[in-house]
Ligand binder design. Structure first.
Ligand code: NSS
Length: 433
């Protein structure tokens, strides 16, 4: 008899028919029929069916089991018994059953509306689907950190409160910083550039904020941003880093989170193919593809979801689109001397409409070119004085990228909406709970 509590996974894995185990968790499902209660118990590792028989437990325990509603927290001691019909192939025949805390009637039942579920997100995150997604996300983050560490990157901690807009003034959340105006960070990039001239290869995982009113299945107003910056690396090297990172993430999820992907009904055959190199096509070529498919695409326009879907049609892994026109990208990118209408940049686009996972570029090192562009675009110089300084004190070629963690989780899990890739989504219409 084991004194301590075992996880549901360990109990099921033990394969110890007749063994005595104690588990604690929450009631996932329950039904009773006279002298027997079937309570399925959930913990962080899985679910197990507990059979509580009137004749098998103290009288008081049986009454507790009958009374306890879904999501009550419980402790059960029982004998493990093979049962093909039970989830996991075993049930726990209770010897004792005690309730830690009785739950009120649980508001979440089957077939509820999306707004209702989002209002009750603090409870909805207990669902097995949400648990599976959060576990995949944990692996995405862990695998990223592993890859960066193995590739000579330092993890650093840039600020979130800033006075400069990295990705343009239209999507800034402004706040009062005592008697100054400040913003929530859109990207750590500029600080990472500064840090890359100390540590050469740096990365950071930070929340990023975009005051985008776009209600799409791929936009959040607060998301987790994984960004890398590398001194002495040009755009091509930057893409190599990204394809290796993304491949390591995908392969790690495939080996460590197979069960979760199966639960989410994700077809993994295609993910298994994700390995370097990823295809690279220029923006101009992408425009030709779009035109070839009968799409009204003009050189100089940015791509939306539909364009990205068409460009990646028939592809089984993400594709880099390089050399975007200057007018659709930010002022800090490096001009491509071979095609000065464009920057040395790349967006990484996932197939099947999952869209842009990463935005990256080589950075402009010529302070004059940068200031000219800022002037043309009416960007005030003062907040960027420190950023321009980086070009004045031993600048070197450098590049970097930002990966939307929820975009990647959405793609890997095959989720319809990005909000399910984050436990408490923030969108234009939602900041509760
Ligand atoms: O605007 S980005 O394309 N690029 C940057 O912010 C660079 N300053 C990053 C860098 O070079 N260090 O955003 C990067 C990624 C983009 O590809 C998406 O995957 C994700 O950030 N992203 C978002 N995810 C969720 N919701 C929203 N609104 C969002 N915006 C960008």
């Amino acid at each position: 008899m084991k004194n301590q509590f075992s996880s549901v996974r360990d109990v099921l894995k033990s394969d110890e028919d007749g063994g005595v185990f104690r588990v604690h968790g929450w009631i996932y499902r329950t039904r009773s029929s006279g002298s027997i209660v079937f309570a399925v118990i959930r913990d962080s590792t899985g679910i197990i069916q507990c059979t509580v028989k009137k004749s098998g437990v103290p009288e008081e325990d049986f009454r507790s089991a009958e009374r306890a509603l879904v999501e009550s927290s419980v402790e059960v001691e029982g004998v493990l018994k093979k049962d093909r019909r039970a989830p996991g192939g075993y049930e726990l025949v209770a010897r004792s059953f005690s309730v830690v805390s009785y739950a009120d009637p649980f508001p979440i039942t089957e077939n509820q509306s999306e707004p209702f579920l989002l209002d009750n997100r603090h409870l909805w995150i207990r669902s097995r689907e949400q648990a599976a997604i959060m576990k995949v996300k944990e692996t995405v983050l862990q695998a990223s950190r592993e890859w960066f560490a193995a590739s000579g990157f330092y993890e650093v901690t840039p600020p979130i409160l800033t006075t400069n807009a990295c990705e343009g003034g239209t999507t800034l959340f402004q706040l009062k910083y005592f008697d100054q105006n400040a913003y929530l960070s859109q990207s750590a990039q500029m600080y990472l550039e500064a840090l890359s001239f100390t540590l050469e290869r740096v990365f950071a995982l930070t929340p990023s904020f975009r005051a985008e009113k776009s209600r799409t299945p791929r936009h959040l107003t607060e998301y987790w941003h994984l960004e890398g910056e590398e001194a002495w690396v040009r755009n091509e090297g930057n893409m190599e880093i990204q394809e290796e990172l993304v491949s390591h993430i995908v392969q790690s999820v495939l080996t460590r989170r197979r069960e979760e992907l199966e639960f989410l009904k994700r077809d993994t055959a295609e993910l298994a193919l994700v390995s370097p190199p990823f295809e690279r096509i220029t923006y101009s070529k992408a425009i030709d593809i779009l035109k070839g498919r009968g799409r009204n695409a003009e050189w100089g326009e940015d791509f939306g979801t539909e364009e990205e879907r068409i460009i990646t049609e028939g592809k089984d892994r993400p594709v880099f689109v390089t050399n975007f026109p200057k007018e659709v990208k930010a002022f800090y990118m490096k001009e491509d001397e071979e095609d000065p209408r464009t920057y040395r940049c790349a967006d990484l686009i996932a197939p099947h409409g999952f869209g842009e996972l990463i935005g990256g570029s080589e950075r402009e090192t010529d302070v004059r070119k940068m200031m000219e562009r800022m002037e043309q675009q009416s960007i005030p110089l003062e907040p960027y004085r420190w950023y321009l300084d980086l070009r004045r004190f031993g600048s070197v070629p450098h590049s970097g990228f930002g990966m939307g963690v929820e975009r990647v989780v959405r793609w890997i899990c095959g989720l319809e909406h990005i909000r399910d890739a984050v436990p408490f989504p923030r969108t234009p219409s939602r900041i509760y709970p």
